[in-house]
Design a protein around this ligand. Structure first.
Ligand code: NAP
Ligand code: MG
Length: 495
């Protein structure tokens, strides 16, 4: 077992408050929410269960900092410098952040180091650079009145105002960065709400932002429940935009509420992401790639591969390779470097995933279950392969968000494509083949915002990521990332 740093134990043990106006702020009530270690089920900390008044305080702080111009009117190069300093502080405290994430979320420390603390630095540095690349256009216009007048028009992008960033529990730090940092780079002020189960790394990040020089009130955090703090934040009249990553039902509720106020929103929602494997695929590369895509972070990845459609000749070899890989995976705590499958985030999530596996026993040809949990207290779910489920089975149609993968034999690529697209979701997909024609044709026909060929789940800040159908609207990342955090204004000058 890796041992916990003293600074991590210290941070966990403090009485966590809200983060408002550049410092810890106590709630106006005593309501608290427990935080558990998923590997033991033991409570390790508690946070504020924020109410409407707390949210109002945080939003007012963000609004006042926005109006004051202390951040939005700062030179872009200075904003960039401060955000780059934040990335350096995340690098300095990377081990603390990684351990905190493993402690509250359950994932392996190696993944926390690489994708949470490491990914946070990569994405902060990328988006910091966008602060100095906000541009408009000039337009030649032909306005004919008065006859002797000429006009020149140009567009300018200005920050949208106060942004509410609402964050899920699967990658609390990394997705926290995705929800908060583009808003900051654009000059907005932010109130962020982490998932109620995983608030610790975001609270830590907010402190680092203050240390880096982000002015007080520009980055606030309210901890609490989605149904209370989250919905108060979405409905607050001083919030101009919601940047949300989470489930489809909550995304729809946010869109409905934004319809009334005409707030802007971007929604990164759920997925049920298919992989199509053709007879000519490289078996070893495909099996390895799909294992990573399906079981990374116990399958609690929005873009995870959860349905495989494989053509006839490749079916048995792929089933055997995946079965062997699943049965050899060791299950244990995130702090155990030998464990390849770690606990899922919460008891509720564990129960939900296990109920899908139980239903699958009656809905599929075969259910292959990997090694059992090392103890009964942690929130463990063994890795599971469901072979040839019926197309209507809940494990095929619904997002499970756990270490559960389906494998379905198909007669040819067209049947695989039709089954892959027969989903209400459209987040991500992959195609595994050595055939150039198939590699060009199938991605174009797959209904998904991101399609990989001979790979799956690999993301980069310079590659836009967003969903079709019930998987969301808008996209994160890429060089246009700040567009949705800015307002395009036309200015027209008569001369
Ligand atoms: P969730 O239940 O939708 O929660 C996400 C966040 O919204 C949490 O902070 C939650 O607070 C809050 N929330 C809940 N109800 C709310 C409401 N009525 N108003 C405002 N906020 C509310 O999702 P989750 O279970 O945390 O995360 C898993 C889901 O996220 C999966 O569906 C997954 O596919 C999706 N996801 C998508 C992407 C992507 O980029 N497309 C990335 C990662 C995850 P509480 O914690 O208190 O519930
Ligand atoms: Mg939830």
């Amino acid at each position: 077992m890796d041992s916990l740093l003293a600074s991590v134990a210290n941070f966990v043990s403090i009485s966590h408050e809200l983060y408002i106006d550049g410092g810890a702020a106590s709630s106006c009530s005593d309501a608290r929410l427990p935080i558990y270690d998923p590997s033991t089920g033991m409570q390790i900390a508690s946070t504020v269960d924020a109410n409407a008044q707390d949210v109002d305080r945080a939003v007012t702080s963000a609004f006042n900092s926005f109006k004051s111009g202390v951040w939005k009117d700062m030179r872009p190069s200075e904003r960039e410098r401060i955000l780059l300093r934040l990335a350096d502080l995340v690098e300095r405290d990377a081990e603390i952040l990684a351990q905190l994430e493993t402690l509250e979320q359950g994932k392996s420390l190696a993944i926390s180091r690489a994708l949470e603390a490491g990914g946070a630095q990569t994405w902060i540095r990328y988006v910091a650079g966008l602060a100095t690349k906000i541009t408009g256009k000039t337009f030649d216009v032909s306005i004919p009145f008065p006859p002797d007048a000429r006009y020149t028009s140009y567009t300018q992008r200005t920050p949208v105002g106060v942004v509410a960033g609402i964050i899920p529990w699967n990658f609390p730090l990394l997705i926290g960065v995705w929800k908060v940092l583009p808003a900051l780079a654009a000059g907005c002020s932010v109130v962020a709400k982490p998932a109620e189960t995983t608030p610790l790394t975001l609270l830590y990040l907010a402190r680092l932002a203050t240390e880096a020089g982000v002015p007080d009130g520009v980055f606030n955090v309210v901890t609490g429940r989605g149904t209370i703090a989250g919905s108060q934040l979405v409905n607050h009249p001083l919030v101009s935009k919601i940047s949300f990553t989470g489930s489809t039902p909550v995304g729809k509720a946010i869109a409905r509420s934004c319809a009334d106020s005409l707030k802007r929103f971007s929604l990164e929602l759920g997925g049920k992401n298919p992989a199509i494997v053709l007879d000519d695929a490289d078996l070893e590369q495909t099996a390895q790639g799909l294992m990573l895509a399906a079981f990374l972070n116990q399958g609690q990845v929005c873009a995870a591969c959860s349905r495989i459609y494989v053509t006839d000749k490749m079916f048995a070899p792929l089933r055997d390779a995946l079965t062997q890989a699943i049965q050899s995976m060791t299950v244990g705590a995130g702090m155990n470097p030998q464990a390849q499958i770690n606990p899922v985030v919460s008891a509720a999530q564990q129960k939900k995933i296990l109920s899908y596996v139980q239903n699958a026993e009656a809905e599929a040809e075969q259910v292959i279950i990997g090694q059992k949990a090392p103890n009964s207290e942690g929130y463990y779910v063994p890795p599971t392969l469901i072979v040839n489920p019926s197309p209507e089975a809940s494990c095929v149609t619904e997002e499970i968000f756990g270490p559960v993968l389906t494998l379905t034999r198909t007669s040819d690529a067209d049947e695989a494509l039709q089954l892959a697209n027969a989903s209400s979701f459209g987040l991500a997909a992959s195609v595994w083949t050595q055939n150039l024609q198939a590699a060009m044709r199938l991605p174009a026909q797959l209904e998904a915002g991101t399609v990989w060929v001979n790979s799956h789940v690999m993301i980069d800040p310079n590659m836009p990521f967003g969903g079709l159908k019930q998987s969301g609207s808008g996209a994160d990342f890429g060089s246009d990332w700040l567009d949705s955090f800015t307002i395009q204004k036309s200015i027209c000058i008569r001369h």
